[in-house]
Design a protein around this ligand. Structure first.
Ligand SMILES: Nc1ncnc2c1ncn2[C@@H]1O[C@H](COP(=O)(O)OP(=O)(O)OP(=O)(O)O)[C@@H](O)[C@H]1O
Length: 258
């Protein structure tokens, strides 16, 4: 089991931000997590990464039981996390290659000397993600799309069991977004690749590899399970409380306000 949450709630300032979350993610079961602004997605990810702990309920991530083990460091070494907050913490002055290398040590910045093997691996990932051409460029000079690819390569350096992509297409133009989604699809199809949790506001980013979807609304699970069951005009209209139509094209869902 990759994630096992039973009756998990999280309270902040007297109010439940997450309420009675029951959710299981099995190995190699890729999930999309859909929710509007303020639905609690960030808090859910913070829980999974052990940046915060549940107020109530039982939680186990990658076999580590919350509350019973000191897990922060151990857990985070097995989770590849791509998010704006990781991006903001990177050192200015590191080039793309160094950013990717640092992923081997789960560090922000490069303090250890990478072995030849680690260097080879970083080069392989830079190539896989299509960012080898700008490996020597300063990270901060890269475009948003280029940065995201580098961050995904960085996250894969430690061969994580779980890869969390938190709104990875934010700020990307149409082409960069589709290229990034193609890379995500390839990673999802790797035999020894990680289980992916893909967090987004956008229905059209729910790729066919995300066979399961979690719909989060006002801190509660509105529904979860088989993507094709959930991504229908009826369910999405109720979920968003606005009449919408879902149409499918090349196994991708598209949403339009009715
Ligand atoms: N310290 C806090 N005390 C009380 N409520 C908070 C606190 N921090 C955040 N919230 C509220 O918790 C709710 C969930 O926030 P969260 O950041 O998880 O949403 P989100 O789904 O990630 O949204 P977005 O898509 O906009 O990033 C929001 O309504 C937010 O205003």
């Amino acid at each position: 089991m990759i994630i096992d949450m039973q009756g998990v709630s999280l309270k902040r300032e007297g109010r439940f931000i997450l309420n009675d979350i029951n959710w299981k993610v099995e190995k190699k079961q890729h999930w999309a997590l859909l929710g509007l602004n303020g639905s609690g997605k960030t808090f859910l990810l913070n829980l999974i990464n052990a940046y915060t702990f549940p107020t109530k309920g039982r939680m186990n991530v990658l076999g580590l039981e919350f509350g019973k083990t000191y897990l922060a460091e151990k857990l985070r070494k097995q989770i590849g996390f791509v998010s704006a907050s990781v991006q903001n913490r990177l050192h200015k002055g590191d080039n793309a290659f160094e950013v990717v290398l640092s992923g081997a040590f789960a560090s922000i910045g490069l303090y250890d000397t990478p072995t030849d093997e680690i260097r080879e691996k970083a080069i392989g990932l830079l190539k896989d993600l299509g960012c080898f051409d700008y490996a020597n460029r300063l990270y901060e000079t890269l475009s948003s799309g280029e940065k995201q690819r580098v961050l995904i390569a960085r996250a894969l350096m430690a061969d994580p069991e779980l890869l969390i992509l938190d709104e990875p297409t934010n700020g990307l133009d149409f082409l960069a977004k589709e290229q990034l989604l193609e890379s995500v699809e390839r990673i999802a199809q790797r035999e020894n690749g990680p289980t992916i949790l893909y967090v987004t506001h956008h229905v059209d980013e729910v790729l066919p590899v995300f066979e399961n979807t979690l719909l989060l609304k006002e801190g509660e699970i509105y529904d979860s399970g088989d993507t094709s069951r959930l991504l229908t005009s009826d369910t999405m209209s109720s979920f968003f409380e606005v009449p919408v139509d879902i149409t499918w094209n090349k196994r991708r869902p598209f949403l339009m306000k009715r």
